[in-house]
Design a protein around this ligand. Structure first.
Ligand code: FAD
Length: 401
């Protein structure tokens, strides 16, 4: 019989177990993980560098205001303090993204592991939880492990190779909770247009995602990476959270750093300087050549059109196409390629201050399992750590009073 059992040793689960033990060292805490080792996904975060939070993170960074109590309790500076308290120092980049000073995700996981060892948390690996039964005042996990409080921290469905295979949803449903529809988030988009010839090219752009009736769904700015299947890059991943049906329209302003008039002037000046130059070649000064070709094609011009042939209205048409380069989204690369799950356990069914279930006393939920999501940049881990700390503390405190 454990006082507290945490199911899932990912970001939120490890921190929940540590926080519970820090709140009351006399409690017995188990951390149960399906994989042979804990924290596998943490190692993959931030391209192996672990972008562990973002100084700008606040309630507005998330899809729901329900996070406000947890974020108020554990804002980014509290997370940085938490890591400092376990021996991990952090640095912040120019975009407010926080990384470990060692610049390695292994350093983050190691510090968490050492702290879990120091606190004598009982880490049980290679154990996939398939059932949690409420038994009067206790819970029984897999018909064998009994505990007084249980924290379900099994993550969502994104990146199942890292352990989060969606097996937490049936567990919380069996305890009376509702799970919304689930979508892959922070994921690449597949488009109808053939972009194979642009594969590997990066541009900075403003992205507008609209539904098939033209209603704006999401907007973002940043790097776009063209791929053989469609579109990738941080700005695309960010708007992917709003793709909930096929045939959305993804419109790129390919030259967001240059206003329409400035692009017009650039072409008009080039025409004056060297009228026999191909438009395609003139664009080399502002765009990767193949991207210029894409806009030439979209504008209905011959590939070998010269600047001399361009009338003022043609230049205007070209500028419009560059500022509104449209692709039809036919899907995403799915949960295997996604960084997060959009949707999850309905937040209203949990106490927003403690993350305790309103239906099953002593049950807590954390991290991505809940219906909480945010853009790239450290916001999702911020939620995982913050919710883990809050639930771990609350579970331990309820046994300490
Ligand atoms: C490639 C990649 C890069 C990312 N980079 C960043 C980043 O730099 N910054 C950022 O903020 N976010 C990033 N994220 C998102 C972030 O990793 C997640 O939001 C966060 O890990 C969610 O934490 P969690 O504790 O809810 O779930 P997870 O970290 O997914 O942990 C869940 C754990 O539970 C275990 N588990 C699942 N089911 C069971 C079961 N039935 N029984 C026992 N154990 C189970 C899993 O094996 C896993 O260890 C990235 C995600 C990916 C995939």
């Amino acid at each position: 019989m454990y006082d507290i059992a945490v199911i899932g040793a990912g970001a939120s689960g490890i921190v929940a177990a540590i926080s519970a033990k820090k709140t009351n060292d006399n409690l017995s805490v188990a951390l149960i993980e399906a994989l042979p080792k804990i924290g596998k996904k943490i190692l993959a975060t931030g391209n192996g560098r672990c972008n562990l939070t973002n100084l700008t993170a606040n309630t507005k960074s998330y899809n729901t205001k329900a996070v406000s109590a947890v974020m108020g309790n554990c804002p980014p500076n509290k997370i940085i303090e938490f890591f400092s308290s376990i021996g991990l120092e952090c640095v912040t980049d120019s975009e407010s993204r926080v990384y470990p000073m060692s610049n390695t995700a292994t350093g983050v996981l190691d510090c968490l592991r050492f702290e879990a060892d120091r606190l004598e948390i009982d880490v049980i690996t290679d154990t996939k939880v398939t059932s949690v039964r409420k038994n009067n005042r206790t819970f029984v996990i897999n018909d064998s492990i009994e505990c007084r409080k249980v924290v379900v921290a099994t993550g969502g469905k994104a990146a199942p190779s890292q352990g989060s295979d969606g097996s937490g949803y049936p567990i919380i449903k069996s305890l009376g909770h509702t799970v919304t529809q689930l979508y892959p988030g922070l994921v690449q988009l597949t488009v109808k247009e053939n972009l194979k010839f642009l594969k590997g090219i990066r541009v900075k752009a403003t992205v507008s995602l609209k539904d098939k009736n033209g209603k704006m769904l999401d907007k973002s700015e940043g790097e776009i990476l063209f791929a053989d299947y469609g579109l990738s890059g941080i700005a695309i991943m960010d708007v992917s959270r709003s793709v909930k049906e096929n045939n959305c329209i993804c419109s790129l302003d390919i030259l967001s750093d240059m206003k329409n008039e400035a692009v017009y002037e650039f072409i008009a000046k080039a025409k004056k300087r060297n009228p026999s130059l191909l438009l395609e070649d003139a664009l080399c000064g502002i765009l990767p050549k193949k991207v210029g070709y894409l806009i030439i094609k979209n504008s209905g011009f011959r590939q070998d059109i010269t600047l001399r042939e361009l009338r003022n209205e043609d230049i205007n048409k070209f500028v419009c196409n560059m500022k509104n380069c449209v692709f039809t989204v036919i899907g995403t690369r799915g949960f295997d390629s996604a960084q997060i799950t959009v949707g999850g356990a309905v937040f209203d069914e949990f106490d927003t201050k403690t993350l305790e279930s309103k239906f099953a006393e002593g049950l807590y939920c954390t991290g991505e399992l809940l219906d909480v999501d945010a853009p790239c940049g450290g916001f999702n881990l911020q939620w995982a750590w913050a919710s883990g700390i809050v639930a771990g503390n609350a579970a331990a405190y309820s046994l300490t009073r």
